[in-house]
Design a protein around this ligand. Structure first.
Ligand code: ADP
Length: 509
């Protein structure tokens, strides 16, 4: 290339910065370098032209990996035909007085020299060098510091090991089943309680090994909840059945909490499970008992109600006004008793999974209308306002949704003063029907609101004095709404009244 002989090139090339020209071939043969390059690299008495870059500087103290970085950068510049600026690289050479080392920092700029044809045969490398002289004493003290740091590191590692050991001793001694998951949702640790319960060693439980032991009926629901909580990094609580070493299924109550590294990065979950089989069996026995008693009570009550009807007819025929009124009151008490027994029967059915939901297409507006008509004939105490309801087709169990509505209405009557107003409405928004019952009654404190829908939950306080109930109406209502893919909640302020709202998906009409 004549260009390399031009005085223009020579003036630029021989400037004070170290420059070298390499052939753009696999060995990077040294083609030419300037005086500054000789001085910077200490090759004044050692011509290296014609040698490959590696041959020429075979003995230097280039740190590991730098050669590879350089080759990558040279190849990149010649292939892409674009300049490459390498990040600073350093290596030590003995200082001229031989008393220490010169730590050299090089910043290399690699420019591909392009022919008119566009080919790249040469690479021009310019080095910008910085020097830092380190004496042997400084090197020695740096080494000492390094040794102290190593010692400190060792001590920290020992402390970590010790704390891990302590955690394992604690965890293994506990009856609570503890496991730790990593940030990819795989379990990486199980304590010995897991092995004691399942009879499986930790290795068989790791990863998702434990999931094979979940009862088939609970597996999908539990894993779904676990993985959803994982994605959102939120705590979770759920019961599920697990196969134990005797070959039977027992109940576990699992609680998982996200854990984080000291730098705040999500590290996975720490999960604990307690064995609630005993409690579950107790619940089951209680439930069976309630179911049995309610069932037995229903039979005499039905015949009592029939006899009452006969007596009523007779009193009417005989124009016996006193007996008629007394019998009507007795009949209404029987009705209340029947409702209570039905409530208990439903709870028992629900708990044992025997509640039957019979879904059909129907218009919620018609159900609202029927409810309004019923209320017109029975309500003597409150001012009930029903907002007009448009046609709202839903796929649901009409009787069960009817029960939910009457339960909300009877609560509104029960928990608000005579003469106050109750508003009922049903509107559709974003393919959801919102049914609401609003009263001006005693209201509910915000501490009680989250628990209202729990089984047997009743708000405590003087204001509840004399208002009877068992705390099962809202529990049943919420279970029914859940089985229709809806939601139910309460909005309330103590002393100012409450609004109960439920939603149900609306069919495309
Ligand atoms: P019950 O009314 O038989 O006690 P529910 O399950 O229907 O059972 O209601 C649970 C509790 O919620 C009630 O005991 C009451 O404390 C509270 N509650 C329900 N509805 C209302 C309401 N409209 N206003 C105030 N409190 C209510």
């Amino acid at each position: 290339m004549n260009f390399f002989h031009s005085s223009f090139f020579n003036t630029l090339f021989n400037a004070e910065v170290p420059r070298i020209i390499l052939k753009a071939d696999p060995d990077f043969i040294i083609f030419k370098y300037n005086e500054a390059y000789k001085i910077a690299t200490g090759i004044q008495n050692r011509p290296v032209e014609g040698m490959s870059l590696w041959e020429a500087f075979d003995n230097d103290e280039t740190g590991p990996g730098i050669g590879k970085l350089l080759v990558e950068a040279l190849n990149k510049a010649s292939t892409n035909k674009q300049a490459v600026n390498m990040p600073p690289i350093s290596y030590n050479i003995p200082s001229p007085d031989k008393k220490g080392f010169v730590a050299m920092w090089w910043m290399l700029e690699i420019i591909p020299v392009l022919e008119e044809t566009g080919e790249c045969n040469y690479l021009l490398v310019t080095s910008i060098k910085e020097e830092l002289t380190v004496t042997n004493e400084e090197l020695h003290s740096a080494n000492e510091e390094l040794n102290i740091s190593k010692l400190e590191l060792q001590r920290s590692l020992d402390l970590i090991r010790e704390s891990e050991e302590r955690f394992r001793t604690l965890a293994d001694g506990s009856d609570i089943l503890i496991s730790v998951g990593d940030e990819t949702s795989k379990e990486i640790y199980f304590n010995e309680a897991w092995t004691r319960l399942t009879g499986r060693p930790e290795v068989q439980l790791l990863d998702f090994g434990w999931a094979d032991l979940i009862h088939p009926d609970d597996k999908d629901a539990f894993l779904n909840l676990y993985l959803t909580a994982f994605k959102k990094q939120v705590p979770f609580t759920k019961e599920f059945r697990i196969l134990n070493k005797t070959g039977n299924y027992g109940w576990l109550l699992a609680t998982g909490r996200p854990r984080y590294n000291p730098d705040g990065a999500f590290a996975g979950y720490i999960n604990s499970c307690i064995d609630v089989t005993e409690q579950k069996q107790d619940d089951q026995r209680k439930n069976d008992f309630i179911g049995m008693v309610s069932h037995e009570l229903k039979t005499p009550l039905t015949s009592l109600s029939a006899y009452m009807q006969i007596l009523l007819n007779k009193a009417q025929k005989n124009d016996d006004e006193f007996t008629r009124v007394a019998l009507e009151k007795a009949n209404s008490q029987i009705g209340k008793m029947n409702e209570m027994i039905n409530g208990f029967l439903n709870v028992s059915r629900l708990e044992s999974g025997k509640i039957h939901i019979d879904k059909k297409d129907f218009d919620l507006a018609l159900l609202a209308k029927e409810t309004e008509e019923d209320l017109e004939s029975t309500n003597e105490t409150h001012n009930v306002i029903f907002a007009p309801v448009e046609r709202t087709m839903i796929y649901a169990d009409k009787d069960k949704i009817g029960h939910v509505i009457s339960n909300l209405i009877s609560n509104a009557f029960k928990y608000s003063a005579k003469g106050s107003t109750i508003h009922l409405a049903c509107i559709t928004k974003d393919k959801l029907a919102y049914f609401s019952v609003k009263d001006e009654g005693m209201g509910i404190s915000k501490d009680d609101i989250p628990e209202l829908f729990d089984r047997y939950y009743r708000v405590k306080g003087d204001h509840m004095h004399g208002i009877s109930g068992f705390g099962i109406g809202l529990y049943l209502s919420s279970e029914i709404i859940k089985r229709h893919d809806g939601t139910i909640w309460a909005e309330s302020e103590l002393g100012k009244g409450s609004t109960f709202i439920f939603t149900l998906p609306v069919l495309d009409s």
